[in-house]
Design a binder for this molecule. Sequence first.
Ligand code: NAD
Length: 516
Amino acid sequence: MIRTSTSPVLTLWRRSYSNIAPTTKLFIDGKFVDSKTTEWVDLYDPATNNLVTKVPLSTSSEMEAALESSRNAFRSWSTTSVLTRQQIMLKLQAAVRRDIKKIAQNITLEQGKTLADAEGDVMRGLQVVEHSCAAGTLLQGESLQSISKDMDIVSYKTPLGVTAGICPFNFPAMIPLWMFPLALIAGNTMIIKPSERVPGSTMLLMELLNEVGCPPGVVNVIHGTHDAVNFICDSEDIKAISFVGSDAAGKYIYKRGAASGKRMQCNMGAKNHAIVLPDANKDATIDQLIGAAFGAAGQRCMALSVAILVGEAQQWIPEIAERAKKLKVNAGSEPGTDVGPVISPQAKKRILQLIESGVKQGAKCPLDGRNIKVDKYPNGNFVGPTLLTDVKPTYECYKEEIFGPVLSIISADTLEDAVQIINKNPYGNGAAIFTTNGSHARQFVNEVDAGQVGVNVPIPVPLPMFSFTGSRGSFHGSLHFYGKQGLNFYTQTKTVTSLWRKGQASTRPSVSMPVH
Ligand code: NAD
């Protein structure tokens, strides 16, 4: 028998019912439309594995319709005044803020994270909307009067055209909000392909775009998996792709999208380390490690998955285990939950296999969350907080991104040894140090090869006036998400050189290179 979970948020985009479960609609040209597809992805509540909705794999003609709508909308949206675009973003930010709890409920249902964490997911996206409201300043180009006699140069930031966003499952609201607000404020239109595992937040955001008067076609949403991704990569009419997700998909999409000349930015997997020096504030550091390793059940690209304990800090392991053990594992919708389920039974199986391989290769497991039981939710994909100690960089559990509530602990004798371990890891998303010694912190900041560095901050995700600067194996592209780089990603520069000279006639043509 198929069990179904009822969404607490039954709105326009899910009002049509199949005979089994609500279906998720497409959003094309400002309307929520039923897909004509015969192929669907079933989306299950991670806490119960009850069916929540069926997500369509968009047909070719539906994807073409989305593209045509985006192309048409670009003509008028790109010439809509910056002030009007800004007004829409200002209204959107108020509407998202009003609906944070509603969007968060939907995130918890589809993705599993706790309600408080889901609100944080929306909030971090909302901050990008807020930042984009400064469009009048952000979009300013450069100018220089009288660069040469009677000559002025002005540069403008102009939109690219139709852009696209391909999103992962772990931040259902934040990641689409990293993408479309900046793309739109710069005058582009955008096609979004949400993760087929968590499309609901994007659909709720589309309702809000309609509510605040964003014209039809400025954002279109198609659902699907590989075919939808290939459609986006191959289309000559799409000028840029923003992707966030796994390595396998990111590398593939980067290559395929770039092959047709698109601008690409691909944020991918991670293995984030924290170095703990023995002079760190012990209490605060242990709490920070635990929060960053096990929050969102470890399913954050900036989750802290490796702690390198230096010298005497290695004696803190029993206390780390003791405190992590107290975290409450339960459905994300239950009050007081610290760690919700992971996204799917397949993800759970993979996490358990990686823990098992760590133990087989020689790691110790002073806190083992593999057999956790959650009485009220016997079918959920729960994994309890797990500590693997004595981990070596050659172990599978170290080399792979586990993406679950597992903290691997490595021991090192010196700060230099610890930094070397981080720099040898192929990923470069985030790295942190815990210390009370300023010169050690400074040495770490200078020597560590990671794009986002924390000093006594375990998840150093930059705020939107900066950019999300993951590096090395965690990023393909050159311009990062949000901040100045994000805006540069969604714009091209037009430089205008003007000569206005009063009544001077030329005597003969000059054929040599003008140097003004
Ligand atoms: P995923 O790669 O499975 O899915 C991301 C998107 O790509 C989805 O829309 C999916 O439909 C599509 N996709 C999946 N496999 C594909 C393939 N083989 N070919 C073409 N398209 C494909 O990622 P996920 O599991 O949803 O998300 C988790 C991953 O995302 C983790 O690795 C995490 O570190 C990473 N992530 C990175 C960041 C960052 O900023 N660096 C942020 C969030 C998540």
